[in-house]
Design a protein around this ligand. Structure first.
Ligand code: UT7
Length: 329
């Protein structure tokens, strides 16, 4: 019997309607369109507006459209892995909340926290349940409402992040398509450079933490950039080498959308030509767990069965990695 791979059989995404442009940011902080564009490649990002709305509210339309496309019901889902750094609540898991909202009555689920590498980690772990034969339909969701933890007075971070969510369905494939290999890495010594200072168990919320604005994302951008630009590029090149893939063998490079300069460095390091590099950072910014599934969603119509895709990401923690998959439809 041929080996069972976990293949993506459907993908869909959702971004909120509100467009926060560089020009609007110019009215909020001391910045300008030219600086943001040349340093990051970002022109605009989406923001989820409205009281009481969280990350799951972006996942619902993405997943409902995905299920419709695939022609299945939510009750057929076995497992939901919700990759996010901005869960609806600290607990219970947003995966459970999503399951309830879409009617996935037969699914169990959990949240996965690996910052910007979360979707890669989710894809890799979700694949194990398919390959082992334990499950037939695994939903991997990646999304963040980054605007809920961004300080719109901090010009170094508020220009980068946006809100958005995407989801893929994993199913067994015996034709040799699906997730072929992954290289995933973590280094907790990176915690100092990208984190949220308060709100967790070492520093629960208090008047003091609010006054000190410690519930916002904190980033030492230059240091994170240095680690990201080398590690994301190296790991993408490593997985290609490990699997005997030359640049011409790659149909699409799907990089995390954190900074256009990091994307370009990854393309250069892997030798994949720029026309095969998926980029939508100019419209969505960095949606953290949302970047990779949103790229897959937007480029879905261009993919062909058997295409070799290399996904790569780097994020806080630090976490980083790469996945090699063959598109299945
Ligand atoms: O996805 C998770 C992982 N995160 C990342 O991969 C992010 C990695 N880091 C980056 O993408 C970049 O470091 C940033 C985009 C955050 C910053 O770009 P940079 O080229 O590293 O700029 P910098 O922090 O070195 O700042 C250069 C100058 C500074 O001014 P001085 O000290 O030279 O006078 C900043 O104060 O640019 C200034 N600056 C700005 N100027 C206009 C910082 N932010 C802004 C701004 N507008 N928004």
């Amino acid at each position: 019997m041929s080996k069972v791979h976990a293949a993506i059989t459907a993908v869909h995404g959702y971004v909120p309607d509100y467009v926060l442009t560089n020009h609007e940011l110019e009215t909020m902080v001391d910045t300008n369109d030219e600086w943001i564009t040349t340093r990051t490649g970002i022109k605009e990002r989406r923001i989820l507006k409205g009281e009481g709305l969280g990350t799951s509210d972006m996942a619902v339309p993405a997943v409902e459209a995905l299920l419709k496309k695939r022609g299945i019901t939510a009750a057929e889902i076995d497992l939901i892995i919700f990759c996010t750094s901005t869960p609806d609540r600290v607990f219970p898991a947003t995966a459970n909340i999503l399951a309830d909202k879409i009617g996935a009555k037969n699914a169990w689920g959990y949240d996965l926290q690996a910052t910007c590498s979360g979707f890669l980690f989710g894809l890799a772990t979700g694949s194990q349940f398919i390959e082992s034969g334990k499950h037939k339909k695994v939903l991997v969701v990646g999304g963040d409402k980054m605007s809920s933890i961004i300080n719109y007075k901090d010009r170094a971070t508020c220009i980068i992040f946006g809100d958005g969510c995407g989801a893929v369905l994993l199913e067994p494939n015996e034709e040799g398509n699906g997730v072929i290999d992954s290289i995933l890495k973590s280094d907790g010594s990176g915690v100092d450079f990208l984190h949220q200072k308060a709100g967790g168990s070492i520093k629960p919320p208090s008047h003091e933490t609010i006054d000190a604005m410690e519930h916002y994302l904190y980033q030492e951008g230059k240091t994170v950039f240095k680690f990201a630009v080398t590690n994301m590029a190296d790991v993408a090149a490593e997985i290609m080498e490990k699997n005997g893939l030359a640049p011409d063998d790659i149909a699409w490079l799907v990089p995390h959308q954190a900074n256009k300069r990091i994307i370009d460095a990854t393309a250069t390091r892997t030798g994949v030509s720029s026309d095969k590099v998926i980029i939508n950072i100019e419209r969505f910014g960095n949606t953290t767990n949302g970047t990779l599934p949103l790229c897959l969603w937007e480029w879905e119509s261009k993919f062909k069965k058997g295409d070799n895709l290399i996904l790569a990401a780097f994020g806080g923690g630090f976490t980083w990695g790469s996945i090699y998959l063959k598109w299945a439809y």
